[in-house]
Ligand binder design. Structure first.
Ligand SMILES: Nc1nc2c(ncn2[C@@H]2O[C@H](COP(=O)(O)OP(=O)(O)O)[C@@H](O)[C@H]2O)c(=O)[nH]1
Ligand SMILES: [Mg+2]
Length: 393
C-alpha cells in the first residue's frame, strides 16, 4: 500500500525538519593565507562535502566575509581579501558582522575562530599577533593551528617547534595558550600520516558555546564516540517521553501515539550521522517493513514483539512497554546509522539492500527488547518500573 508509505514519509519529514532546526548550526571563522591548508583541514574534520559547496553569501551587505552553510556547519571565510595584506579590512568587516550578529539567535553567530599558519613557513609577525588579539577583543575564542607539520617518532619538525615557541612567548589570548600542531591529509609518499585533528576538535568543543555542541557533533566526521553518545542521549530522552505518554491517566489503545516520539528520535540520530532525509526515509521504511509485506509499514506493529505488550487489555500500553519499545527502536536505528555511515551496508532503495537493512534493524531490535527493562535500569536510562508505579498511583 503506497498510502501508508506516503503517510510515513510525510510524518518523518515533519519530524526531520523540526530536529534540523533544533540542532542549529555551529559557525567557524577560519583565517590564514592562501595555501596554508585551510580547506584541507576543514575537509579532514567536517568531510569532503564541505569543499564541493560554493562560496556562500556575504555575512553582512558588502562584506568580504562569506558564510558558507553546509548542514549544521557554517564556515566564515574571507573572499578577495588576504590575511596578512588586508588585515584592517578583514577586521573591520568582522567587527561589523559580530555587532550585527549579537542580536541574532545563537546559531546565527560566529562561535570560534581558527587562525591557521603553515608550521614550516616563517616567523610569526607582530601583525599576526595583533590580528589575533583583535579577534579575542571581539569575543571570539581563537585557536591557533599550525598546519602541515611533519612529525616523526613522536617529534614535531624542529622548525614548527620553534614557531610554536615564538607564538607561546607572545602570551596571546589563545585557546590552551599554545598552537595546535596538525597534519590534515596523509602524504603516502613521505610516509606522513594525518594527526592532531581530534585534539583540534576537542579544543573547539571546549570553547564553543554549549548550545551549539549538538551542531558540532553532527557536523564533524572524526569523532564517532561523540556521535554515539549524543544519539544515546536522545534515545534516553525519547524512551522517557514514551513512558510518560503511556503513563498519562488518559489511556490510549494504540502504539501510534508513540510514533511522533520515535520519528523525532530517529530523525535526530540520522542527522547526528549526517544522513539526509531521502536516505533516512528509505532506511526507516526498509527497517520497519518486511520485504514480504512490500510497501506495508509495520512501524507500530513492532510493539507486539515487546514482552508484555500482547497481554495488555484493550491494547493499552504500559509505561514499561512503551519505554522498552522506544529504547529498542532507538538502539536498532543507531546501529543501522553507524553501519550505513561506515559503509558497511549498501544504500537503501534496492530490494537487496532493503532486505539487509531490515535484517540488521530487526536483529538489533529483538536483541534490545530481550534485554528490555533490565538494560534500561542500569546506567542512566529511565526506570520503567518507577514510571509504571507512577501510572498506577
Ligand atoms: N599532504 C598534505 N597536503 C596538504 C595538507 N594541507 C594542505 N595541503 C596541500 O596544500 C595545498 C593548499 O591547501 P588548501 O587546503 O587548498 O589551502 P587553503 O588555501 O588554505 O585552503 C593543497 O594542494 C593541499 O593538498 C596536509 O595536511 N597534507
Ligand atoms: Mg581554501
Amino acid at each position: 500500500m503506497a498510502g501508508s508509505t506516503d503517510w510515513f514519509r510525510d510524518s518523518f519529514r515533519t519530524e526531520y525538519e523540526k530536529q534540523n532546526a533544533a540542532i542549529g548550526r555551529f559557525n567557524l571563522a577560519i583565517f590564514g593565507k592562501t595555501g596554508v591548508g585551510k580547506s584541507t583541514l576543514i575537509n579532514a574534520i567536517f568531510g569532503e562535502e564541505v569543499a564541493r559547496t560554493g562560496i556562500g553569501e556575504p555575512v553582512t551587505r558588502g562584506s568580504h566575509l562569506y558564510l558558507d552553510k553546509i548542514g549544521h556547519l557554517g564556515i566564515v571565510d574571507t573572499q578577495g581579501l588576504e590575511v596578512g595584506k588586508d588585515n584592517k579590512a578583514i577586521l573591520s568587516d568582522l567587527d561589523k558582522a559580530m555587532t550585527q550578529m549579537r542580536r541574532l539567535p545563537l546559531s546565527e553567530q560566529i562561535h570560534v575562530a581558527w587562525y591557521c599558519l603553515r608550521g614550516m613557513d616563517r616567523r610569526f609577525e607582530e601583525a599576526e599577533a595583533d590580528f589575533i588579539r583583535r579577534l579575542d577583543d571581539m569575543g571570539l575564542p581563537v585557536i591557533v593551528v599550525l598546519t602541515q607539520v611533519p612529525m616523526r617518532n613522536g617529534h614535531y619538525h624542529p622548525d614548527a617547534v620553534l614557531l610554536a615557541e615564538q607564538i607561546i612567548a607572545k602570551r596571546l589570548p589563545i585557546v590552551a595558550e599554545r598552537p595546535f600542531m596538525t597534519y590534515a591529509k596523509a602524504d603516502e609518499f613521505a610516509g606522513q600520516p594525518a594527526y592532531g585533528l581530534k585534539e583540534l576538535l576537542d579544543a573547539t568543543f571546549r570553547v564553543a558555546p554549549e548550545g551549539v555542541h549538538g551542531a558540532l557533533v553532527s557536523a564533524q566526521e572524526i569523532d564517532h564516540a561523540r556521535k554515539a553518545q549524543e544519539a544515546n542521549k536522545y534515545i534516553t530522552t525519547a524512551a522517557a517521553s514514551a513512558a510518560a505518554a503511556a503513563a498519562t491517566p488518559i489511556p490510549f489503545s494504540s502504539a501510534a501515539l508513540l510514533v511522533p516520539i520515535q520519528l523525532a528520535m530517529m530523525s535526530r540520530i540520522a542527522q547526528i550521522y549526517k544522513i539526509k532525509f531521502e536516505r533516512a526515509a528509505l532506511m526507516a521504511i526498509a527497517s520497519t517493513t518486511a520485504a514480504t509485506q512490500l510497501g506495508r509499514a509495520t512501524f507500530t506493529s513492532l510493539i507486539k514483539l515487546v514482552p508484555g505488550a500482547g497481554t495488555v487489555v484493550g491494547g493499552v500500553i504500559g509505561a514499561g512497554v512503551a519505554s522498552t519499545f522506544t529504547y529498542a527502536m532507538g538502539q536498532a536505528w543507531l546501529t543501522l546509522c553507524e553501519r550505513v555511515v561506515k559503509g558497511k551496508l549498501g544504500t537503501a532503495g534496492t530490494v537487496m539492500d532493503n532486505e539487509q537493512i531490515h535484517q540488521v534493524f530487526m536483529e538489533e531490535f529483538r536483541k534490545r527488547i530481550k534485554m528490555g527493562p533490565k538494560a534500561l535500569r542500569t546506567g542512566s536510562q529511565p526506570d520503567p518500573n518507577l514510571l509504571d508505579s507512577r501510572k498506577l498511583g
